[in-house]
Design a protein around this ligand. Structure first.
Ligand code: AQP
Length: 332
């Protein structure tokens, strides 16, 4: 069995990008609880200006949505990052393995630091160090595969570098993991700005489809999606025609087709958008229905998270203890 780990940040409502780029892979991959670990990475949500009550609310909502999407506590371990201390214990050792230069090179750090400065806020130190905490999240479980969207590729590369460096300096301690991306829709773009990733922290952006959007809202957003100028018809060209390519990717991910082949079936943008809207509404329907049932019983969700944290702790503790010993710390 391949051990997998992945996480989601409670920084906003989950989007179609989160679902197609990551969560769907998790649902398909889950196997036995000890082999598939999925985490609401709440500590990562504190790296930018945040509202405490909102982070708490979004953490439970993210867990509820993951269950609604099809993760089952019988076939995976679902938990909240801050419930398992091993993540932060290990992060410190990895901070002693990383350099500030390699963290300052992270694209997400540069983008989010620029946003924070633009808003007149300070850049939290944790924004710089968060990829190290993410490395700890993954390495604490000996994960071999990390199913994520394309935007996380650089962070998983850093995780690999830190694991290899630690192993080389202090003896073999960590499994070196690899990122796994879906074949299509690994980077879903904003419907209004196809040059930017569809992101959950952009507020109520008209180009972002949220998993809990009403079907009418989904249709409206898709029908108003920016397409490309020119009258070349519907062709799949990610560089030259990013708006249309994004719609074709979404359609392919929802219906199982190939984006370039799907393009041949359309003479104009209107029919394509109608089919994309229908496909997204249908793909999200079961999730929305199940979410309504699960959200009515938050105590049951909390129970799943508590049991998940206990299982996760038992898996992470020996790995982290081994790392403490390897790096030269005296056993308590
Ligand atoms: N647009 C996307 N397309 C494909 N995959 C995506 N993911 C995120 N956006 C897309 C994948 O979803 C998983 C969880 O993401 P996250 O919670 O770590 O980050 P985020 O949704 O990108 O949210 P941020 O960073 O809080 O805010 P934004 O980006 O909105 O500023 C990951 O596997 C991610 O790759």
């Amino acid at each position: 069995m391949t051990r997998i780990f992945s996480g989601i940040k409670p920084t906003g409502h989950l989007t179609l990008g989160n679902y197609l780029g990551a969560v769907r892979q998790w649902v398909e991959a889950e196997q036995k609880p000890d082999d598939a670990l999925f985490c609401v990475v709440d500590l990562h949500a504190l790296t930018i200006d945040h509202d405490p009550a909102r982070v708490r609310r979004l953490s439970r909502q993210a867990a509820t949505l993951l269950l609604a999407a099809g993760l089952s506590p019988d076939r995976c371990t679902l938990f909240v990052q801050s419930h398992v201390d091993e993540h932060t214990r290990l992060a410190y050792l990895l901070e002693c393995t990383a350099t500030d230069g390699e963290l300052r090179r992270m694209v997400q750090y540069k983008e989010k630091a620029a946003q924070a400065r633009g808003a007149g806020a300070g850049v939290r130190l944790s924004l710089l160090t968060y990829p190290v905490l993410m490395a700890a999240d993954i390495l604490a479980y000996g994960a071999e595969e990390v199913p994520v969207g394309e935007d996380q590729r650089q962070h998983v590369e850093l995780t690999r570098d830190l694991a290899a460096r630690f192993n080389q300096r202090y003896g073999h301690t960590f499994t070196v993991p690899r990122a796994v991306h879906p074949a299509v829709a690994a980077r879903v773009m904003d419907l209004q700005d196809p040059a930017s990733k569809m992101g959950k922290s952009f507020g109520e952006g008209p180009g972002v489809v949220f998993l809990l959007d009403e079907p009418e809202a989904v249709r409206r957003k898709v029908m108003r999606a920016v397409t490309d100028s020119g009258d070349g018809g519907v062709v799949y060209d990610r560089a030259g025609r990013p708006g249309v390519a994004n719609l074709l990717d979404i359609l392919a991910a929802c219906t199982g087709g190939d984006p370039a082949a799907l393009a041949d079936g359309y003479g104009g943008y209107g029919a394509l958008k109608r089919d994309v809207a229908d496909a997204v509404v249908e793909a999200l329907r079961p999730l929305r229905e199940r979410h309504a049932e699960l959200a009515a019983d938050p105590a049951a969700v909390d129970r799943v998270l508590r049991e998940g944290a206990a299982r996760a702790r038992a898996l992470a503790r020996p790995v982290v203890d081994r790392a403490y010993e390897a790096i030269g710390l005296l056993a308590p």
